[in-house]
Ligand binder design. Structure first.
Ligand code: SF4
Length: 207
């Protein structure tokens, strides 16, 4: 059955009534760096390391920090050598270009190391309420299963399809709901289909 956008929105509102970003942060640059660290890594692990990292460093001391010390702190997130270099460079650039603030500027943010479109969407929507849909692995899987996108679609195509399908005012909220729906209900292995309110639209369980 072809789903209408309000059916997706209503059912997600019932299953995920209070969606929010699960990365913990207090400052704009903390979210940016946490999102860079979250590539190929669970939010829970990122939260454990950022707690230590941001207790020890702010954005200004981070640019002066010893690379080895950053590596030691962020080791659990994986690819930590590369991510440490990214963090230092991001701190450097933000301090010299925007006095340590994260600007509302997509082009600039995407020019930072380790920052792609997904990270940029997430940061802009959380910090500046810019309507955006960040397509991560959960959003991709859920969109495929619900027939909102095709298996071979690129993340950019999925993002465009979701933006066409959903009213702009819910982009940010629905994005968080899709992530959490994918993380806790429509999981990669053994999804909880029994309790899923979107079952009748699902292409996956019928195959
Ligand atoms: S029915 Fe199962 S596989 Fe389909 S969307 Fe719901 S949880 Fe995911």
């Amino acid at each position: 059955m072809m789903m209408k956008s309000n059916e997706l929105i209503d059912n997600l509102n019932k299953m995920i009534p209070n969606p929010k970003c699960e990365l913990e942060y207090n400052k704009d640059y903390e979210l940016l760096i946490a999102t860079v660290l979250s590539a190929q890594c669970k939010d829970k692990t990122v939260n454990q390391v950022t707690k230590i990292l941001f207790k020890k460093y702010d954005i200004f001391s981070l640019k002066e920090a010893d690379l080895k010390d950053i590596e030691n702190i962020i080791k659990p997130v994986g690819t930590f050598r590369k991510k440490s270099i990214f963090i230092k460079e991001i701190a450097n650039r933000l301090c010299s270009d925007f006095n340590g603030k994260v600007p509302n500027n997509r082009e600039y943010l995407e020019s930072l190391p380790g920052v792609g479109r997904k990270t940029c969407n997430l940061v802009l929507s959380n910090i500046y309420n810019v309507p955006a849909i960040a397509v991560d692995t959960h959003v991709k899987r859920v969109s495929n299963r619900l027939g909102l996108a095709n298996k071979l679609d690129s993340v950019l195509t999925i993002e465009k399809k979701l933006m066409r399908f959903l009213p702009k005012k819910v982009w940010g909220r629905t994005h968080h709901q899709l992530v959490l729906f994918g993380r806790y209900i429509c999981t990669s292995k053994n999804p909880n289909c029994k309790n899923c309110l979107l079952k009748k639209y699902c292409k996956y369980i019928k195959n």
